[in-house]
Ligand binder design. Structure first.
Ligand SMILES: [Zn+2]
Length: 335
């Protein structure tokens, strides 16, 4: 049986089991709150054409043809998540919507046949009430931004490419020495193999980018232009805010995050304005605060696996700031 059908079957036939806490028999209904995946898969699940479409965002209608995105207004719009979210049933070719349209049409015909006197408005209201009460996913909303693919293998990877591709051999060697000398005390990252990372600079994986996100800002002085340094600081600042496992004050967190995301987009815009239009992962950033409100800390939706995960094992990430100021986050992985 298809996984989705197995889950939906529990809505009418809950799974019988035993509650060890209350020592009573109980039944369990499964719900799927979100669909964590990389961006192409999430687009597919949301019946969206993907990042190369004119409107490359699965979550909203940002973008459009060049005549729109290259205007001041269109370019500006790429920096924000619209307040009105795109719903599944707005007319896009959508198998999920089609499924529900057919059910609603059938119910409407049944109501009309059984109660010929009822007005169209009355039937519409009843169908809406029934539809709103249905459990289920809305893939355009329930595909939270996934930080492994969007941040580490997206934003951090872009910055890393800009850095190493612009350096001379001597500058690369200097960065390797500095990176290898990183004091790992307090960082839960695997031992740094700086020479390897530079040798295979175009083939790095998530753990390398996570190390770079936490450390590179301290190693690039005199190796970057002032604009590029602003960009490196902005992405590292934002990364540290995303790998949190608890959010104590949601309104403070989201308002801080919006500023940090704005800084990243502005820094990219200053360094390479075309990136804002070409890289849909940059446009996805403004959607992150609403995901934090809806789903909690972003690491919960990460498809990243800890290297040697025991269930419930906690990894700790510390971020060393300048002047020995130290902000500390615990990364809860595999929980
Ligand atoms: Zn969007």
């Amino acid at each position: 049986m298809h996984r989705k059908e197995q889950i939906e079957a529990t809505h009418t036939k809950p799974i019988p089991c035993y509650n060890a806490e209350t020592k009573r028999k109980c039944r369990v209904v499964l719900r799927v709150p979100s669909l964590p995946a990389d961006n192409p898969q999430q687009s597919e699940e949301a019946s969206h054409m993907g990042g190369n479409a004119n409107c490359g965002c699965r979550r909203c209608k940002a973008g459009g043809p060049h005549t729109v995105t290259e205007t001041d207004q269109g370019y500006h719009a790429m920096h924000y998540a619209p307040i009105t979210r795109m719903q599944t049933a707005t007319g896009i070719k959508d198998k999920v919507a089609q499924h529900w349209i057919e059910i609603l049409l059938k119910k409407s015909r049944e109501i009309k046949a059984n109660h010929p006197g009822r007005s169209a408005e009355d039937i519409k209201a009843e169908l809406k009430t029934w539809f709103d009460a249905q459990p289920g996913l809305d893939p355009t909303r329930d595909t939270p931004v996934e930080i492994l693919h969007t941040i580490l293998l997206g934003i951090i990877k872009y910055v890393w490419y800009i850095l190493h591709s612009g350096w001379t051999d001597a500058q690369r060697d200097l960065f390797v020495i500095r990176l290898q000398s990183t004091d790992l005390d307090g960082l839960t990252v695997p031992p740094i193999r700086a020479a390897y990372m530079m040798q295979y600079c175009n083939g790095l994986i998530g753990k390398h980018f996570k190390t770079l996100m936490q450390t590179m800002v301290f190693h690039v002085h005199d190796l970057v232009s002032p604009e590029l340094f602003i960009l490196v600081k902005a992405v590292c600042d934002m990364g540290a805010m995303l790998w949190v496992h608890e959010i104590d004050d949601m309104s403070q967190y989201t308002s801080d995050l919006k500023i940090l995301i704005g800084n990243v987009l502005d820094a990219f815009g200053d360094y390479d304005p075309a990136k804002i239009l070409l890289k849909i992962k940059l446009h996805l950033l403004p959607h992150i605060p609403e995901d934090a409100v809806r789903f909690g800390p972003l690491i919960r939706n990460s498809t990243e696996q800890p290297p040697s995960s025991e269930p419930g094992h906690c990894h700790e990430i510390r971020f060393h700031g300048p002047n020995e100021a130290r902000a500390e986050w615990r990364l809860l992985e595999g929980c």
